[in-house]
Design a protein around this ligand. Sequence first.
Ligand SMILES: [Ca+2]
Ligand SMILES: [Ca+2]
Length: 422
Amino acid sequence: MLKRRLSSIIVIALMTNLSATPLTAFAETINTREITQESQDVVESQENEEVTEAKISRFDTYYSNYREGYDTAFRMSNSNIESIEVNGNHRNNSVKENMIDGDLNTYWETAKVNSTNFTNEIVFNLNQETELNRIAYRSAGNTVGFAESFEIWGATEENPDEFKLVSTGSTTKTADVIEIKFAKTKFKKIKFVFKQSYNNTATVSEIMFYKEDTLIDKLNSIFTDSTLSIVSDEFNSPDKIKELEEEAKNHPLYEQYKETINNASALVNKEEVNFVETKVSSFGVSDKNLDKYNEDFKISRDEIISASNTGGTSNKTAIENVLDGDLNTFWESGKVNTDTYNNEVNFEFDEIKTINRIVYSAKRGTNRGFAQEFDIYASVTSTGDTFELISTGAATETQDALEFRFEPTQVKRIKFVYKKSV
Ligand SMILES: [Ca+2]
Ligand SMILES: [Ca+2]
């Protein structure tokens, strides 16, 4: 489909603008995965062995559609829990069995609050010694009794009566299931100590034990930070990212990470952007030939998966109107450009396409809102701060459809910024 490689999109838009200001900054809001992330500082325990500071984050997997598959692969079965011991008994009907009944609404609560001479702790005795590196924990739903500061101790089959400190951690109370991650360790017994807890009581609505998942650690470190713009050295080559992708295909959470992997792959394999001044010309395709021309070269409407704009809309117009192929329908921004604000329209394609043109037309009967000066940014990813300026142009207001031409560029998302308009 060579013909489609150089395609245009039809943009029919009206913009209201009073002043012109250069674009100074652009950024996207990124959702960060972690709520907290403790440093991996290593501290020395009394036995002079390494004790890791736990990494604590919201346990997104618990809320995922793929939890069942994930648990099958990585969770220690509750059938391996021989018994649970608590040193503070239980309050009312909040019995210890509630910790592992699979129901977040039921919980264990100690009958004895923490004090200067009492610290709540729970010991899980296992049938089979098991190597674990994570505990998923949730307090009672109202966060009363949440373990704000805790210690995890372990005893092995070889020395079942000798507990050693494995990890320490602290975090802000939350009603979410959290993941507490530490260096993988063999446990015959697990002791969870409530060093400090909300309201000094101790509660657990569910506690779950997980084995090491080395792949998810890699998948969570594909990008260097939450801007999702720089691929980590470990994966920053076509071969390396391909290898990770192949490995990830068998992981229970692959569907959740697919987009992240695709975005990293797009950046790693990205062709260099050649910035040029936009070549502005009349879009010289006659009405008679337009359908055929569009069929050959235009990105079709169903290949554009989202259209959005900053600044809202006015006159009951909609951004969708710029894609409907009808010159008589238009979009108008609800906000005018100012010294600190430039209107932008954004489009996302279903996949990366190589395009070299935007076709643009103003509202019928008036040139109000015509884009006299503009910047065009492109990104190869579906999310992240990865836009690059590919072209800057200027045009004289006209009722003609104009073609804004730039170098063939790979585009997943494209952003058109009104720097100055009528
Ligand atoms: Ca429960
Ligand atoms: Ca239209």
